[in-house]
Design a protein around this ligand. Structure first.
Ligand SMILES: *[C@@H]1O[C@H](CO)[C@@H](O)[C@H](O)[C@H]1NC(C)=O
Length: 297
């Protein structure tokens, strides 16, 4: 909570727009730009350009990190030809539309949120601003692990009481309430377009064939049966619990890396075949979400 209160003053921060990279070499032929509480380079953002011009940001291995230049469109070809030795041509057919991109973002894993919270408050502010803020990357998507993921300090689910068929012991973890939720709220403050979606790595072990978080295993029995119905209710509880804490999810996936879960991994997994997922959505998850007022899947 303290973290959250400190972070709520974000929007009045005077973010410095200095864009000088403080280089630190980390391999013989490449570098990073150091960000600390005193100094951090920011993107020299160009929201619009005059008609007929284009803003280009160059990054490469040895010299540039998002180095901006503005050139007339006519010079674009010669510029590409010069820098890349005539290696490619860029054709854009603006009437040939493919899929829409909803946005770009990152994952609020335990590893990410615990590490971010360990920084000084000033650094947390500038880091979050750089990810989500108007002059930062403007990330607008956040993936949120349901329970432990592969960067957690320990394996857990949100209901580890064996055979709790009413899910009455379901509860968010400290990782959610203390770290993840405050940072999700900051992301939303910094970018009103921000949307979060949830993904589970493993269900509680007592719902699983292998009784373990890791290795190959799935939910006991089949879609439409009691364990799949429980797993759907677990998602509903999760969405509602986050809503109670002021975070409304935009979406969820059925599972993180479901096929890997059928092969087994050394961290939390839940194996499902494409057919399992199809039937789970149709028979269990869709109806459960709909009944709980979470839209029609
Ligand atoms: C651009 O895409 C449209 C729609 O797919 C197609 O009909 C048209 O031939 C394309 N134009 C060129 C120059 O490739």
């Amino acid at each position: 909570m303290i973290l959250f209160q400190l972070l709520t003053v974000f929007l009045v921060l005077n973010i410095s727009l200095a864009n000088d990279c403080v280089k630190r070499t980390y391999t013989a032929d490449s570098f990073v730009c150091v960000c600390d509480a005193d100094k951090c380079d920011t993107l020299d953002i160009q929201k619009t350009v005059e008609p007929g011009y284009i803003a280009i940001y160059d990054s490469d291995q040895k010299t540039d990190r998002l180095d901006k230049t503005i050139v007339p469109v006519g010079q674009l070809k010669s510029r590409i030809d010069q820098t890349k030795n005539n290696q490619f041509t860029l054709n854009v057919n603006v009437t040939d539309l493919k899929q829409k991109i909803v946005g770009f973002g990152g994952c609020f894993t335990d590893g990410a949120v615990i590490n971010i919270a360990s920084l000084s408050n000033d650094l947390v502010k500038s880091l979050m601003y750089d990810y989500f803020g108007e002059n930062g990357l403007e990330y607008n998507i956040g993936r949120v692990p349901v329970g432990a993921s592969d960067s957690s300090t320990h394996a857990y689910s949100l209901d580890d009481t064996p055979f709790d068929f009413t899910l009455s012991h379901f509860a968010l973890a400290e990782e959610d309430t203390k770290y993840r939720i405050p940072l999700l709220k900051v992301a939303k403050m910094l970018n009103p377009e921000f949307r979060a979606f949830a993904s589970a790595w493993s269900s509680p072990t007592w719902m699983k064939t292998n009784h373990l978080f890791h290795t190959a295993g799935g939910l006991i029995w089949k879609p439409g049966d009691v364990y799949y119905k429980l797993w759907a209710q677990y998602y509903v509880k999760y969405l509602n619990a986050y809503l109670d804490q002021g975070v409304k999810f935009w979406g969820l996936t059925t599972e993180n890396e479901p096929i890997e879960g059928t092969r087994g991994l050394p961290w939390g997994t839940l194996g499902m075949t494409p057919e399992d997922i199809r039937d789970f959505v149709k028979l269990d998850l869709g109806p459960a979400l709909k009944a709980a007022g979470w839209g029609q899947l």
